[in-house]
Design a protein around this ligand. Structure first.
Ligand code: ADP
Length: 807
């Protein structure tokens, strides 16, 4: 897909992608680390402010505790309590009827104004004092004053008040001074025995009531009083947390009490009402939040065990309507909201149930980002405070939006910068790709021209870079191509001429070849005729050969009958001559007989040869006893052997056994060889031998004849087996013979799958050895029936062979 884009687009895509990825990656990394840095910075600042404010509050409480301890031990306080107690004992109980009117018209009116719907919760009858001493003192000190509640420097003497008034006159300036000096809201002296508040600086409606039996016996002040009253340690100080306090028109008030000892006995209790303003001033840094590094939305505040605020909320002070909007929106109870409005304070009213306050109240110190009591995400640093008797926590917070405002600014600027950078990169890479692709396009056009064969248009160099080099190379290539084309054109013309010449030559050669082909065809016809002639000649020759064989067969057969008749008649004549003792006639007649027998033998041999050649001689296989056969030959040739004074010897293997062969032919073989030995040996020994041996798995017979006769020259040993061949012409003359005997022997051996050879030393003797298988297989019978044509050559059936001495 990318591969199909143009180079210009690719460059744009690659550089654009790289630029954007680098810028985005850097942006993301710096965004992440800057954000972390801002967050860490915000937390550090918040923690610093938290520690500063926390320590201030803790030391303020310690200071308060010390002040209370010192005052509770001062003799002024001790004697004042005793004297105020005495002063009260001198008072006459006085039921002033104006008390009810005062409460209804003044106290409750203002209380209702302040508290709104809360009025129902305060039962008038339970608050209007019934105790007559209380009524007397309240009527005197509260009601007869133009300022019903407030500092009272006036001396009053109404009814039996002289003594109490004197005491009051004596101590009031002192305690008023204490109050101002220590910065408390009010100062109380309480009788330890009956719990009556015998003196207070401001004299609200709790004044002169008993904290044990009066209307305020269940307030936090009463609890603090009881704790101090029961203390045994002179250093005991009790802090009670803010609670709505009816005499202060329902505003939250906190108290500190300490026992006043007269020797070992607690005679009274000293009490201070905690000033809200001091704590507020510390926590709000006199409303100078930005000066302590809290910016536009940061604040530090205290939260009590009840998860209510212990100082004013910054947002309540700074932008009240917006604050009310927010707390209304997050669902703060409408009664609470109206109380905050009416009492004009968030102290003890605004609930702060956040992740941070929960953690800090559980004892944890830490920092976190969560939604504050307005539902706004803030960074917060918080910890529990170490205050006597109070489980308060301090929170130091700033809006996430403000803490991150510089970061957001920075991010906006960075995004702007990145966008500009990306735009610049893309513009630069666009022009870069243009500068790269313009010469490329020119080159591409030139290359296209080249490919279309416009070789005469020069290619110009359009730039100084590698593309310019490439253009130069193309120009070089164009020039070279132009040369090559000219050259090719030139060669083409030459080639065309040569092709024409070659074509003419080829035509001539083809014509010549055609002529030669014609001649060859003639030769072929001649050869065919010659071959036919040859075949005809061969047929004629074969026929002539067959005719010769047939003739020989017929002739020898025709000759044998008169020959036998001649021999028969000659023998009869010889018998007659013998009887007449006519020696001369007998000698002549014997010569005739010998010649006739020789001729008959010759005819028989010729007949056999003819039969073999014409293919009419077959094998007549049978099983016979070998020793018997050899002994039969020996006895047949006995006379012949002895004729030349020779001795016959026999060498036959014991258990030579039987053979399966043509008995007549085996006998003929032996007879021929023995008659030769007898013929060419005189006064010697002729040995007939028969052996059996195995060659591989073949069972063979070795038959033969050895003599001590004249021997045969070496060069004649193989010749003598040819038809009509004799070792020496002179032998024929001296020994007679036809030269067919050994030829027949060889033919018979071959017919039976055997072999014959001779060994001889001239003057010492000869051996003729025949090897044939003990079991002969008739090859003709196995392979095929003999050709009928050869049989038809015979005019008469073949007769069995006769031995030379048969007749
Ligand atoms: P022939 O009828 O002439 O004997 P053969 O084929 O039987 O014809 O023998 C061929 C020739 O081999 C003989 O003429 C003779 O010269 C030689 N020959 C054969 N047998 C012997 C032998 N035992 N000793 C010497 N010469 C032999």
């Amino acid at each position: 897909m990318f591969g199909r884009l143009k180079i210009g687009t690719k460059i744009l895509a690659v550089t654009g992608t790289i630029a954007v990825s680098v810028i985005v990656a850097i942006g993301l990394v710096s965004d992440f680390s800057t954000r972390n840095a801002f967050e860490a910075d915000a937390y550090n600042k918040l923690t610093a402010v938290r520690e500063m404010k926390g320590q201030q509050i803790e030391s303020y409480f310690n200071q308060v505790k010390n002040s209370v301890q010192i005052l509770s031990k001062s003799s002024d306080v001790r004697t004042a309590i005793t004297e105020f107690n005495n002063g009260i004992t001198y008072l006459t109980p006085y039921r002033n009827p104006n008390v009810e009117t005062y409460y209804r018209d003044n106290f409750f009116k203002r209380y209702t104004e302040n508290k709104g719907e809360i009025i129902t919760a305060v039962n008038i009858t339970t608050i209007i004092p019934t105790d007559l001493i209380t009524r007397h003192l309240q009527a005197f000190y509260i009601m007869n004053e133009p300022h019903i509640v407030g500092p009272d420097d006036q001396d009053r003497t109404v009814g039996h008040m002289e003594y109490y008034n004197l005491i009051h006159q004596k101590y009031h300036p002192v305690f008023n001074d204490y109050l101002e000096r220590f910065g408390f809201y009010d100062f109380f002296l309480i009788n330890a025995t009956d719990g009556r508040i015998v003196y207070s600086v401001f004299k609200e409606v709790d004044y002169a009531t008993s904290l044990l039996t009066g209307p305020y016996k269940d307030t936090n002040l009463a609890r603090a009083f009881r704790a101090a009253r029961e203390a045994s340690d002179p250093n005991f100080v009790k802090f009670v947390d803010f609670e709505p306090y009816v005499p202060s028109y329902g505003a939250p008030a906190a108290f500190i009490t300490a026992p006043v000892f007269d020797q070992d006995k607690v005679v009274g209790v000293l009490a201070f009402q905690m000033p809200v303003d001091r704590i507020n001033d510390i926590m709000t840094s006199n409303q100078q939040w930005s000066k302590v590094g809290l910016g536009e939305s940061g604040e530090t505040y205290l939260v009590g065990e009840d998860k209510l605020l212990r100082n004013q909320s910054r947002f309540f002070i700074e932008d009240r309507e917006n604050y009310f909007d927010m707390i209304t929106r997050i669902g703060l109870a409408p009664s609470t909201i109206s109380k905050i409005r009416a009492l004009d304070t968030t102290i003890g009213l605004q609930i702060v149930d956040t992740e941070g306050t929960t953690a800090a109240l559980a004892g944890e110190t830490g920092v976190a980002l969560f939604e504050d009591y307005r539902g706004v995400p803030v960074f917060s640093s918080f910890r529990p405070l170490k205050l006597p008797d109070l489980d308060w926590v301090i929170m130091s917070e700033i809006d996430e939006a403000e803490a991150f405002a510089p970061f957001d600014d920075l991010r906006d600027r960075m995004i702007m910068l990145a966008s500009v950078l990306i735009a610049i990169t893309i513009i630069i890479s666009y022009f870069f790709s243009l500068s790269l692709t313009r010469p490329l396009r020119l080159l591409e056009g030139a290359a296209k021209g080249l490919s279309m064969g416009q070789l005469d248009q020069p290619i110009e160099r359009a730039s100084g870079d590698e593309i310019g080099d490439l253009a130069e190379d193309f120009e070089g290539m164009r020039v070279a191509l132009q040369h090559s084309f000219d050259e090719v054109e030139h060669q083409k013309e030459g080639l065309e001429i040569r092709v024409q010449e070659r074509t003419a030559e080829l035509d001539r050669a083809i014509n010549k070849q055609a002529e030669q082909n014609l001649k060859l065809e003639d030769k072929n016809v001649q050869l065919q005729a010659f071959q036919n002639e040859l075949i005809a000649s061969k047929v004629a020759a074969d026929e002539a050969n067959k005719a010769k064989s047939t003739f020989l067969l017929n002739m020898s057969h025709e000759l044998r009958t008169p020959m036998n008749a001649i021999i028969g008649y000659a023998e009869m004549l010889a018998e007659d001559a013998d009887e007449d003792d006519d020696e001369d006639r007998l000698s002549d007649i014997k010569k005739i007989i010998d010649s006739a027998k020789h001729l008959l033998a010759l005819i028989n041999d010729v007949l056999d040869i003819s039969k073999i050649e014409s293919g009419t001689m077959g094998l007549d296989l049978e099983t016979f006893d070998l020793e018997m056969m050899v002994r039969d030959v020996a006895s047949t040739t006995k006379a012949l052997i002895e004729k030349n004074d020779n001795v016959l010897a026999m060498d036959i293997d014991d258990d030579i056994g039987e053979a399966y062969a043509d008995l007549t032919k085996v006998r003929q073989i032996l007879l021929n060889m023995v008659s030769n030995a007898a013929k060419f040996t005189s006064n010697g020994t002729i040995t007939l031998f028969a052996k059996r041996y195995t060659e591989g798995e073949q069972d063979n017979l070795r038959l033969g004849v050895s003599d001590t006769g004249i021997g045969i020259p070496e060069d004649m040993l193989s010749e003598i087996f040819e038809e009509f061949t004799q070792a020496d012409d002179s032998t024929t003359r001296s020994f007679g013979g036809t030269g067919l005997g050994l030829a027949l022997v060889r033919r018979f051996c071959q017919m039976m799958g055997g072999n014959v050879w001779a060994e001889s030393v001239v003057g010492e003797g000869s051996s003729f050895i025949v090897d044939i298988p003990a079991i002969v297989i008739d090859q003709d019978a196995v392979a095929a029936v003999p050709e009928s044509s050869s049989a038809t050559l015979l005019t008469e059936p073949v007769e069995p062979l006769d031995t030379p001495t048969n007749d």
